[in-house]
Write a protein that binds this ligand. Structure first.
Ligand code: HEM
Length: 225
């Protein structure tokens, strides 16, 4: 087993597995965030549940953090190995001849997403952890009215047009990353050619609709605060 994950095929398999897990996370993250557009109360309740339920906090969250770090570290390792292999195999970069522009640029779209995550953590995650675990004061989660402050905080973050621009740009990179990532992950997971076409279609729809949905949320709050 250990040897399998150290082999190049094993690494690709593990990379695909972590990618599917992150895609699942993204879907549920979107499902909760889109509530903020339709019902601030529902968004507050869902956020509070996710932020305080023990299984989410102490089981799913550590798995998520591991998944994100693993995906990035393995991404860099695979990129470095591919570069090494390319230099050996071809006198010059194979270029567009046998790989798409996006597949060659996964590392750059990945880096853009990493930069976004740093900003995103500073915006949302760190203040949350600070209130809950460092100050240990759950009343810090309450808003100005009778409910929680998750909704107010979210809307407040999308006032600054620079931040909204940075988020939208990151979501475009996310779409490009997912577009190639999906088909590559299906390939590594060994999808058969019969199923492949439907899966590719689903992958393309996901890669466009989810980032578009996130863009919608950011713009909606920017123009409706
Ligand atoms: C408009 C778009 C988005 C909004 C409004 C949003 C909002 C939030 C909020 C409110 C939190 C804090 C949750 C908590 O209290 O712990 C959070 C956490 C997080 N977000 Fe987003 N998010 C957006 C897009 C994204 C995207 C595109 C990604 C990934 C590429 C992402 C990745 C994460 C991660 C990894 C966390 C930490 C999860 C945790 O362990 O709590 N978010 N986001």
């Amino acid at each position: 087993m250990g040897r399998f994950f150290k082999s190049s095929i094993g690494r690709k398999y593990a990379m695909a597995l972590s990618a599917f897990f992150l895609m699942f996370f993204l879907l549920q993250h979107f499902a909760i965030n889109i509530l903020s557009v339709f019902s601030p109360d529902a968004f507050n309740e869902a956020s509070h549940f996710m932020g305080t339920f023990w299984a989410v906090q102490y089981v799913l969250q550590p798995i998520l953090i591991f998944g994100v770090v693993y995906h990035f570290v393995m991404g860099f390792i695979l990129e470095a190995k591919n570069r090494g292999a390319r230099v050996k195999k071809y006198a010059k970069n194979n270029g567009a001849a046998n790989s798409s522009w996006m597949s060659r640029n996964m590392i750059y779209s990945g880096l853009a997403i990493l930069a976004f995550l740093v900003l995103h953590f500073i915006d949302f995650w760190i203040p949350e952890i600070n209130t809950k675990y460092i100050q240990g004061d759950m009343s810090g989660l309450l808003g100005d009215g009778d409910g929680f402050r998750y909704y107010e905080e979210l809307v407040h973050k999308f006032v600054n047009p620079l931040r909204v621009g940075a988020y939208v740009a990151a979501f475009i990179f996310l779409s490009l990353h997912l577009m190639h990532g999906f088909s590559s992950a299906f390939q590594s997971a060994g999808a058969t050619s019969m199923r492949k076409e439907k899966l590719q279609l689903f992958g393309k729809a996901y890669a466009i609709l989810i980032p578009l949905g996130f863009i919608f949320i950011a713009l909606f709050h920017h123009f409706n605060h």
